[in-house]
Design a protein around this ligand. Structure first.
Ligand code: FAD
Length: 431
């Protein structure tokens, strides 16, 4: 079982600049509600907001506080689509369901920016585009196919950029080209989570911190969940614990592979340096299998992130590797001072798709962001809120699946980590 305490409260660049968390209390008495949401990240808070929009009373509990998990620690890159390209989704799911999922996934960034605007969430959100650089001919062919596929499917206008232009946009000679997805952008991730919690509270939702939920039990047609030794009775329970899942329902933990990602940030850089490094300010995630993601925050700190190493802890060597990667990409910053380093958990699924489950009446689960969750988990959270809403029958764009524990879990988990190490080697060899 994964303990979320593995990742202690951290000193991150986001904590320095985030909007304050609206006051939340600890659940300390027996409680009744229509819907209980477990986990106050993007998925849980968006689900809660969607339930409130349908006038459904909601209680949200987080074992720590809103934004404690991946939602307060991530790179803040708002990206449309899934890890799989549209063609892969068509062949995995079939033409018609594949197309529904591609359309949903293609719209998640727009929908997230619209939501932020409509609720006035103060989180430095900018839909200025997202840049995916290629590092060699092979990755250039990949991003060219990807950009063309999205252009054909959605009518968006992705832009391919060549070596000269990518150097002008990024200030780096490490890339040979890339594509700009105009649907993407960036935000302050912890502010986004905290602002979501604020509007959930403003609309009458009750959000509790330091309130760990136990396993929900179905008794006499209602759900009963132990939270801090008190019973929470509800018509529905929505489980939104992603990489921090900890035994909330049978089999869930073993259907997911928790994985870590780590980040490091510099002190705010002088203007002269900022003119040379990523002058376009477009957030970057390169197209390698195990990529680096880089961006500036609103105060001029450069932030770089990557997949964490084997095991779910935060070895200092991971941070040293990040600083070296940054200096390789941008020799202009090789002597700058670094300020913070932190990490967090997300989770992978065996098919690299997010999973939606409805294992019992009134019980809903979303999990498996596969590392891409700012926009996707926000919109899947809203979808879960629709599904749990009692007024509509929802036909989700993702297959509703049974919770299937991964067979031979410890071996498979080790296997997946081995594959990731192998991918890292292939990336380094440029094949
Ligand atoms: C370092 C890092 C960088 C990333 N960068 C990006 C990026 O740039 N772009 C992008 O799209 N995605 C990125 N991701 C992925 C993204 O952060 C996640 O997909 C997203 O935040 C998942 O949101 P969530 O609400 O599903 O889960 P989380 O935000 O992880 O929330 C789960 C919550 O559940 C709570 N919880 C767990 N068990 C219980 C319990 N029993 N009772 C009560 N509460 C419980 C936890 O405390 C936690 O707050 C990154 C992830 C990491 C870790």
């Amino acid at each position: 079982m994964l303990q979320s305490t593995t990742w202690s409260p951290q000193r991150s660049a986001w904590l320095r600049t985030a909007k304050p968390l609206a006051a939340t209390s600890t659940l300390d008495r027996p409680t009744q509600t229509q819907a209980l949401v477990i986990g106050a990240g993007y998925a849980g808070l968006n689900a809660a907001l969607r339930l409130l929009e349908q006038s459904i009373d909601v209680v949200v509990v987080d074992a720590h506080e809103p934004g404690f998990g991946g939602s307060g620690r991530n790179g803040g890159q708002v990206i449309a689509g899934l890890k799989h390209d549209p063609a892969t989704l068509f062949s995995m799911l079939g033409e018609v369901p594949g197309r529904r999922l591609v359309e949903f996934a293609g719209g998640v960034a727009d929908a997230t920016f619209e939501l932020i605007k409509s609720y006035g969430l103060k989180c430095d959100a900018e839909q200025g585009g997202w840049l995916q650089p290629a590092v060699n001919e092979k990755t250039m062919a990949l991003v060219t196919r990807r950009a063309r596929a999205w252009a054909d499917i959605t009518g968006t206008a992705p832009r391919l950029v060549d070596r000269t232009e990518i150097e002008r946009l990024t200030g780096s000679r490490s890339y040979c080209g890339g594509w700009i997805d105009p649907r993407g952008g960036q935000l302050q991730p912890l502010s986004y989570a905290r602002e979501l919690a604020r509007v959930v509270g403003d609309r009458g939702g009750r959000v509790f911190s330091r309130s760990r939920a136990g396993r929900p039990q179905y008794l006499d047609g209602r759900w009963e969940t132990d939270v801090n030794g008190h019973s929470v009775r509800s018509s529905s329970v929505l489980i939104c614990t992603n990489g921090y899942a900890s035994g909330a329902i049978d089999g869930l933990d073993r259907s997911l592979v928790p994985a870590s990602s780590v980040m490091a940030s510099t002190k705010p850089l002088p203007h002269a340096v900022r003119k040379q490094v990523m002058p376009s300010r477009l957030p970057i995630s390169d197209a390698r299998r195990i990529m680096n993601y880089v961006r500036f925050d609103s105060a001029g700190r450069l932030l770089i992130g990557a997949r964490g190493s084997f095991g779910l802890h935060e070895p200092s060597s991971d941070y040293a590797q990040l600083r070296h990667a940054a200096a390789r990409l941008f020799p202009q910053i090789k002597d700058v001072e670094w300020e913070d380093a932190w990490g967090g958990l997300f989770c992978l699924t065996a098919d690299f798709l997010p999973h939606l489950h409805h294992p019992a009446p009134g019980l809903f689960v979303v999990a498996g962001c596969n590392g891409r969750g700012v926009a996707m988990m926000s919109q899947l959270g809203r979808l879960l809120g629709d599904m749990a809403g009692e007024k509509e029958r929802v036909d989700p764009p993702l297959p509703l699946t049974d919770i299937r524990p991964i067979p031979f879990y410890p071996a498979r988990r080790l296997g997946l980590e081995t594959v990731l190490i192998w991918y890292r080697i292939l990336d380094r060899l440029h094949v």
